[in-house]
Design a protein around this ligand. Sequence first.
Ligand SMILES: [Ca+2]
Length: 475
Amino acid sequence: MAARIGSAAGEAGESMNGVLGRFSNWRIRSLKACATFFYALSLLPSAFSARPNIVFIMADDLGYGDLGCYGNERVQTPHIDALAQNGIRFTDFHSSGPMCTPTRAATLTGCYQQRFGEKFDGAISGVRDYHSGLPHDAVTIAEILKETGYVTGCFGKWHLGYTPPFFPTTQGFDVFYGLGSGDGDFFSHVDRSGRLDWWRNEEKVVEEGYTTALLTKRSIEFIEANRDRPFFLYLPHLAIHFPWQGPQDPPHREVGVSYHDDKWGVIPDRSNVSPHVNAMIEAMDQSVGEIVTALDRHGLQENTLIAFTSDNGGYLRYYGGFENISSNGPLKGQKGQMYEGGHRVPTIVSWPNRNQADVTSELAHSTDWFPTFAKLTGVSIDDMSLDGLDLSPLLFRGQALPDRDLHWRMRGNYAVRSGPWKLAQQNGIRELFNLRNDLGETNDLSDRHPEKLTALQEAWEKWNAEMNRSAAKYE
Ligand SMILES: [Ca+2]
């Protein structure tokens, strides 16, 4: 079944490549001038009817152990678990950064975020970076899908620019609904700096409702409005980022007040944040269930790939006495760190009858989404230089992925992964681990394997130099 379906996806690709091949040397940006032509092209049903819809759900700060299908017994996630049961669940998938902005930049561009400058090592700030964002000449997966006939929508947390013109609408999305910043009150939609941060395209809107529910409602409206044409739905939930507010928790923020020192919500018992977080997870799971139901209601499940991932690992604790927040399962460390708990994330890909249910230990990464979605939708990216790998041979034919090294860097901390080996430098302490028998990164092997340590350090420095060269034009 998987091979036949892989072939079906390939057929869609061939028909598209036949159409698009003539333009393979064009810069994606120059294709914008041909929008009218491509719109006309998109009306040709025979060439496009087989192109799958993509629903790409990204949770925020969801840890490796925060879902039932990843071993969590304190929280109920039946809808996400069902996705995993029918799809492919990754056990070795990594966010490109241990924080929000970096992973989003890499996910949407297929390139390491460091290529866009050191600013993208960590989260862009609503104080320091309010009037900047992802460079406009970065090419996003939304742009290439939009320009080849997809309708594209971003419903959720952007965090690649706080305000227009650094919004999704200038990065390939036909529609944007949600928040520009890194966190907002789930009820009042006020950001950390005390600004109303709730948008429809490039206009601020006042709207009541719980963020997760609002994003779900608008996403379903988008699915329904575009059920007869290929769509790309990017749903980057704010959940489970702070403020830690479940649907039954109270609003916290008001316009005009700074929350930089009070950003967590109303948490009566700081030693146990998990009841709030678990309610947020369960609301997000409910959202996944509603999305799947909507697809089913319109007969779209057979032609829709759903991907679910997280932008970084979970917080276990936070300064100010907050404890017992997320779960990273057996992993060491948390959001913001170079240990596995910072960047190994839950990830599921489900396409009913197209991929065989499986759990895979193949190594995969945020930058892989772009080439994977391009391949699935038949868009040639041969002339683009991307850092990610097309995952479709794994997803649809069960093939192993090629070996490759992965790299991380954030504000002086860094890591590199090569096979089972990992070098991690966190807070000036450099260690070497073998994840095959030490997933929890407890046993530093630097002294026993100095040659491996040196090799990984050299590989990382080579990568780092390449990133800095690439980023020079943005600095
Ligand atoms: Ca995050």
